[in-house]
Design a protein around this ligand. Structure first.
Ligand code: GLN
Length: 311
């Protein structure tokens, strides 16, 4: 084994140890009851380099609900469907300064969502997907997710989706408020369900880190010559990840880790260090802002010890 590979394995194992020390300090995602009973000790860490090699560490190699990581994929699909100009006439590109399901800004400050990575922003992305039925729209979303995550058989958890459809009252209010604000028309229940199905996609950290590596490699799948995303979209996504990807902890995360990232309230985080690596971490306990406590610690350790900071 080459010395570089040994070094990466060693750093990922150490990152696991440093993350593991924080188990018990976060909270399980109680706003999604279907995810509440997961073993809080699960930690999974993956890194994909620019040659397409994937390295893993941790005590869990299963799949998890990717939640808001899916917002990147939904945004890509929305841009493919109606074009960047139309998408960003309905969604801003600024940090919101409020929680991911807050109604505050839409009610009092401006009609359109602050950015595509908060819940109302993703609902607007969902409203841009064309199709005769929810199933037709979902199939487009699933195909793109399958391609970017390298798993053509990807599917969503009906249990998690149903749970969010029946308990996500703030999201339902947001979906309706966007109609009242004149941002979209049509069926808000359908946009909500398309959005929730994406949140309920299940993937492993290896799959998510390979997606991160595509973003880090300006759209070319590492180890191949296949372009999966336009370079300009990867620049856009990394910029949005850097400024809006970690909710209200984006500033703290930028200071501590310095790699564009998007977190999901299922406990996963994807990160893309341009020209260096794609990363994914998973551990279910969250901090008060919806980011994985152990996941953030693992990324901090890896960024520092493999010199992956990009800003
Ligand atoms: N499905 C979650 C919700 O809508 C996703 C939020 C998140 O991952 N931050 O509340």
């Amino acid at each position: 084994m080459k010395s570089e590979n040994i070094k990466i394995h060693k750093i990922l194992d150490e990152a696991y140890e440093s993350a593991n020390a924080l188990v018990g300090t976060g909270q399980m995602p109680d706003f999604i009851p279907a995810l509440e009973d997961i073993d809080p000790k699960r930690i999974s860490i993956s890194l994909t380099d620019m040659s397409g090699n994937t390295y893993c560490a941790g005590n869990y190699d299963g799949k998890f609900s990717i939640q808001s990581i899916s917002k990147i994929i939904l945004l890509e699909l929305a841009i493919r469907e109606v074009g960047e100009e139309t998408v960003f006439s309905k969604i801003g590109v600024e940090p919101s300064g409020t929680g991911f399901n807050s109604l505050f800004r839409l009610e009092l400050l401006e009609k359109k969502p602050a950015n595509p990575f908060i819940n109302p922003g993703a609902m607007v992305s969902a409203s841009c997907i064309k199709g005769r039925s929810l199933e037709e729209k979902y199939e487009k979303f699933r195909n793109l997710a399958g391609e970017l995550l390298g798993n053509p058989d990807i599917s969503y958890s009906k249990e998690v989706c149903h749970c969010e459809m029946t308990t996500g009252h703030r999201n339902r209010a947001l979906a309706s408020l966007l109609i009242a604000n004149g941002i979209y028309d049509g069926d808000p229940e359908e946009y909500l369900e398309l959005y929730y199905r994406g949140c309920a996609f299940y993937a492993s950290t290896s799959e998510v880190s390979r997606f991160g590596a595509i973003l880090a490699n300006d759209g070319i799948k590492p180890g191949t010559e296949t372009r999966l995303l336009p370079k300009h979209h990867c620049e856009l996504f990394r910029s949005l990840m850097a400024t809006c990807g970690m909710y209200d902890s984006t500033g703290k995360y930028a200071v501590e880790v310095g790699i564009p990232a998007k977190s999901g309230s299922g406990g996963g985080i994807i990160a893309a260090a341009r020209g260096k690596a794609g990363l994914a971490v998973y551990s279910p306990e969250l901090d008060g802002r919806g980011n994985s406590v152990c996941g953030m610690q693992a990324l901090k350790y890896i960024s520092e010890h493999l010199n992956l900071r990009t800003y």
